[in-house]
Every structure is written in structure tokens, then in C-alpha cells.
Design a protein around this ligand. Structure first.
Ligand code: 2AM
Ligand code: CA
Ligand code: CA
Ligand code: CA
Length: 279
């Protein structure tokens, strides 16, 4: 077991403090964005708030844990190759903080209140703390490995639906127009008639928190990066759910095409997505 306390401050306390502080600031800036840029494509937005929030989180972590490594979305060039390489570069870090300062920037820019701050701490590649904060609803989701997952102190448990036909799922439209988007549209087309419904709400981290809290039965998405998933993956696992890639292999930090469920529908969901990808 890694030390969870250094210098009197627990890892989780720092993660929570960072998420709460950044989240409050992000929310206070909503509606007053002065600079909106695109990154990789017209679908990929970034604001001064994304960058400012990441700087705030990074500085706070560095004051408590100066020896720890840091991987944040806004510190990496856009595109999936750059993000895979950035993760590779820190793969031998003992302690690695993985941060998405605003997950759901498109929602944030449009005033659609579904975005989050996502902060994970990995020890030798294994996520040991995961925090996702939703400033719009003031909901704080926290997990520590082996200690369960909580939303504002209440223990979370994944949902009981044991069939796709009883399930509420979520996914995302990938930015990649050539391979991932067509693949996922096939998945949506195959699944929509077989489930209760599908939501595409725009924050992968929050979707994972919703799987953990039982509000969604499952979630899948293509082409994500470690900062979108790492924190939420621990929420799901500690709430009794399952995380895997699209072929059913267990989740790890380099997984980009991800499924997260209550466990009960995992097999059925993966089979449907695999069948759809071959159509
Ligand atoms: P972001 O808001 O932090 O960029 C929604 O489907 C998810 O996709 C969000 O987690 C969102 O994160 C992410 N996303 C948005 N644009 C993306 C892009 N160009 N490539 C990969 N993921 C993206
Ligand atoms: Ca982004
Ligand atoms: Ca993101
Ligand atoms: Ca982001």
C-alpha cells in the first residue's frame, strides 16, 4: 500500500480541495469567456478558463507534493497521438496526477450545465484517488482505492439493471470524423432500439460518476484520453462496477476506447458494440 499521507496532507484531501477551488472559479467565470479558440478541429474548443483552472490545480498540487508528476490536458498538444505520447513520457512516475480542468468545455461555453473537474492520482500506473466535481449541481464524487466511492459522504453503488433492455446508457460523439465517429454511430444505431435510452451529455468524467452513482447503467466512448477517464474509473470500480476496453480487457491508463457499466450488462454491451463495428 502506498503512503496516502505526506507532510500531513492526505492525497484525497488535496485532490478534493483542488477540484472544489477550481470548480468554484470555473463556475464564476461562466458566461464571461473572452477568448475562445479551437484546438484540433472545429469540435475541439479551449478557453482561458481551461488553461487558468489547470494552472491553479497544478500549482496547488506542486506546493503539497513537489516531487509528484503531473499530466494535464492543457499541457499537451492536441490530438490522440500527442496525448498517448504524453502519457508514455510519465509512465515511470511513482506518483502521477492526471487532470482535466474542464471536462465538457463545449457544454461550458454554451451554458449547458454538465461539465466537471476531473482529478486522479496514480501510483505506479494504478489509480488510487479519483475525484470528479460538478460545479453546476455542487456534487463532489470521491473514491479511494479499497475504501469505496462517495458522493458528498454518501456511499455510491452502481445500478441493479441486469439486462440492456432495462438500461439507461450514455456515450459521446468522437471528434475523429474518419474512423471513431462512424464506428460509434453504428454502435448507437445498434443499441438504441435495445435499451431504455441513450444520453450524449458531453462530459465523459461525469458520465462515469453517473455510472458509479447508479444514475446510468453504463457508458462507452471512443478516443478518450487518460485525463477524461482516470478519476471516473476508480469511482466506477469502487462503486462495484466494471471498466474495460471495447474488447473486454481490464481498464488501464492507456485505454482510449472505454466501457463502464454496473458489471451486470458489461458482457452484453461489449458484444453489441463488437457486432455493430463489424456491420
Ligand atoms: P473536453 O471537454 O475536456 O475536451 C465528450 O464526448 C468528451 O469528449 C469530453 O470528455 C470531452 O472532453 C471530450 N472531447 C472533446 N473534444 C475532443 C477531441 N477533439 N478529442 C477527444 N476528446 C474530446
Ligand atoms: Ca478539450
Ligand atoms: Ca476531457
Ligand atoms: Ca478538458
Amino acid at each position: 500500500q502506498p503512503e496516502s499521507i505526506i507532510g500531513g496532507k492526505s492525497f484525497t484531501a488535496v485532490a478534493v480541495n483542488c477540484a472544489a477551488k477550481a470548480g468554484e472559479w470555473i463556475k464564476s467565470k461562466m458566461g464571461s469567456i473572452t477568448q475562445l479558440d479551437t484546438k484540433y478541429s472545429m469540435h475541439d474548443l479551449v478557453t482561458e478558463v481551461d488553461k487558468g483552472a489547470e494552472r491553479m490545480i497544478r500549482n496547488l498540487i506542486a506546493t503539497h507534493f513537489p516531487t509528484h508528476s503531473f499530466l494535464g490536458e492543457e499541457g499537451v498538444e492536441p490530438g490522440s497521438e500527442a496525448s498517448a505520447k504524453a502519457l508514455q513520457d510519465v509512465s515511470d512516475a511513482e506518483y502521477l496526477w492526471i487532470v482535466d480542468p474542464v471536462d465538457g468545455t463545449t457544454n461550458y461555453v454554451h451554458g449547458f450545465p454538465f461539465y466537471s473537474v476531473s482529478i486522479a492520482l496514480a501510483h505506479r500506473g494504478q489509480v488510487i484517488v479519483g475525484v470528479v466535481y460538478d460545479p453546476s449541481r455542487d456534487e463532489l464524487f470521491v473514491a479511494e482505492r479499497g475504501k469505496g466511492a462517495y458522493v458528498h459522504g454518501r456511499k455510491m453503488q452502481v445500478s441493479p439493471e441486469n439486462k440492456l433492455s432495462l438500461s439507461l446508457l450514455a456515450t459521446g460523439f468522437p471528434a475523429d470524423q474518419h474512423v471513431a465517429l462512424p464506428a460509434n454511430l453504428k454502435g448507437i444505431q445498434a443499441l438504441a432500439p435495445k435499451v431504455r435510452n441513450i444520453r450524449v451529455s458531453g462530459s465523459a468524467a461525469l458520465h462515469l460518476a453517473y455510472v458509479a452513482s447508479g444514475r446510468l447503467s453504463g457508458f462507452w466512448e471512443y478516443n478518450l484520453s487518460a485525463w477524461d477517464i482516470a478519476a471516473g474509473s476508480l469511482l466506477v470500480e469502487e462503486a462495484g462496477g466494471r471498466m474495460s476496453d471495447l474488447s473486454g480487457e481490464p481498464y488501464h491508463l492507456a485505454v482510449r476506447n472505454v466501457t463502464a457499466t454496473n458489471g451486470l450488462i458489461q458482457q452484453e454491451l461489449i458484444e453489441e458494440l463488437q457486432a455493430a463495428s463489424h456491420t
